[in-house]
Design a protein around this ligand. Structure first.
Ligand code: ADP
Length: 375
């Protein structure tokens, strides 16, 4: 499905937030500017990164993975031009994702570029890539054991750990990107998008086959708006210091610390609702951003600092997606849910929540398994 160059094959996925490039470099000794360009760096421009730890060898070559922010596409094109990479890339590239439509004209008409984008179906490629990784490459998926340690799940040749055959199909793929796609995969060839109804369109009884409107983009968009986070990675790192109970209203908050009708007092009753009980004008007026950054231990810091907001946001998005997925797995009698997409990139809090939450809410019937490579 990739585009073949002198020294390998590459494919593009131009998503709503991130553009992913996978490059399969064949081990031959042909001189290639493209290979040199990719391999001599791990950072490209202001947002481009090569994830060295995701690379793996396969047959006579190596897979490399590069990511950059889609909003930087224009600069990426300039970089291709200024490094004279067009000659090797050729006159057409295969690409998936919404950006293969959005940037079609720019690729074709940018001065000196003249590249035709050949659109490849996004979900078909995603499933093909996932089946390839799970069937052919070791340690590409993991879950968390009861002690919270990562445990790899291998499906190559139907591995038989502890005497139990790890059957791959059917499985549910929950791809958490800017938005969420939920797909039931029955076998190598057959799959279908499944998900709930979009409530706002019930009148026309249109089944919108979107997973959830709350996705990785919701987390990052709101984090950017409400906090001083400079990058997704920074927001995720800070999450580990926060307490969602500072912003979320729990059952205990409503019932004076008691459980109610079997509901645990620590359960979230309403995301972010605790903020409604604050008098923000009075509580916050004396504090500047600098105070917050310095960690002044005041009301503002305790109740309303970035750290708790980050985690509150992460909690809200992760819970929503995990709950929908587990319910769908139950409805379709599916035992394995694979969670993929860049929302999970370096995001162990959500990885763990998906793994533990899926097990808990399905009564141990369904496993939540994380995918290592972004697809
Ligand atoms: P898409 O194909 O829709 O762009 P991805 O699977 O690439 O989807 O995931 C995009 C999501 O990944 C973002 O909404 C954000 O939650 C998260 N993310 C991870 N790393 C970054 C980053 N460096 N910059 C922006 N978002 C990131």
């Amino acid at each position: 499905m990739g585009t073949t160059t002198v020294n390998g094959t590459f494919g593009l996925d131009i998503g709503g937030t991130l553009t992913k490039i996978v490059f399969y470099q064949e081990e031959n000794n042909l001189k290639s500017m493209l290979v040199d360009f990719i391999k001599t760096k791990t950072e490209y421009g202001s947002t481009g990164k090569r994830d060295k730890h995701l690379s793996f060898k396969f047959n006579n070559g190596t897979f490399h993975f590069i990511v950059f922010e889609t909003r930087r596409m224009h600069s990426a094109i300039q970089m291709i031009l200024s490094n004279s990479l067009v000659k090797e890339i050729g006159t057409s590239v295969n690409a998936t994702g919404g950006g293969s439509y959005k940037f079609e004209e720019e690729f074709k008409n940018a001065k000196g570029l003249g590249i035709e984008i050949c659109k490849i179906d996004e979900i078909k490629s995603l499933i093909k890539g996932l089946n390839f990784l799970l069937n052919r490459v070791d340690d590409e998926a993991f879950e968390f054991d009861d002690e919270g340690k990562k445990r790899f799940c291998n499906f190559i040749n139907g591995d038989i750990p502890n005497g139990v055959r790890n059957n791959l199909f059917p499985y549910l793929l929950v791809n958490v990107g800017t938005g969420v796609s939920i797909v039931k995969v029955e076998n190598e060839e057959s799959f279908q998008r499944i998900s709930g109804i979009n409530f706002f369109e019930l009148i026309t009884v249109v089944q919108k086959k979107l997973g959830s409107g709350l996705g990785g983009g919701t987390f990052w968009g709101l984090a950017k708006l409400l906090t001083q986070a400079k990058s997704f990675e920074e927001a995720i790192e800070l999450c580990s210091l926060g307490k969602e109970s500072k912003v979320d209203m729990t059952v205990g908050d409503i019932y004076g610390g008691n459980s109610y009708a079997g509901l645990n007092p620590d359960m979230t009753a309403s995301f972010f609702a605790k903020i409604t009980s604050l008098n923000l004008d009075d509580d916050c007026k004396n504090f500047t951003d600098a105070d917050v950054c310095k960690g002044k231990p005041d009301l503002f810091f305790v109740y309303f600092n970035n750290i708790n907001l980050y985690l509150g946001l992460l909690h809200m998005v992760t819970n929503n997606i995990g709950q929908i997925s587990t319910l769908l797995a139950k409805e379709h009698s599916i035992e394995n849910i694979f969670y993929a997409g860049n929302f999970l990139r370096k995001n162990e809090i959500s990885q763990k929540a998906f793994s533990d939450g899926t097990k808990f809410w399905s009564g141990g019937k369904t496993k939540g398994i994380e995918i290592i490579n972004y697809l």
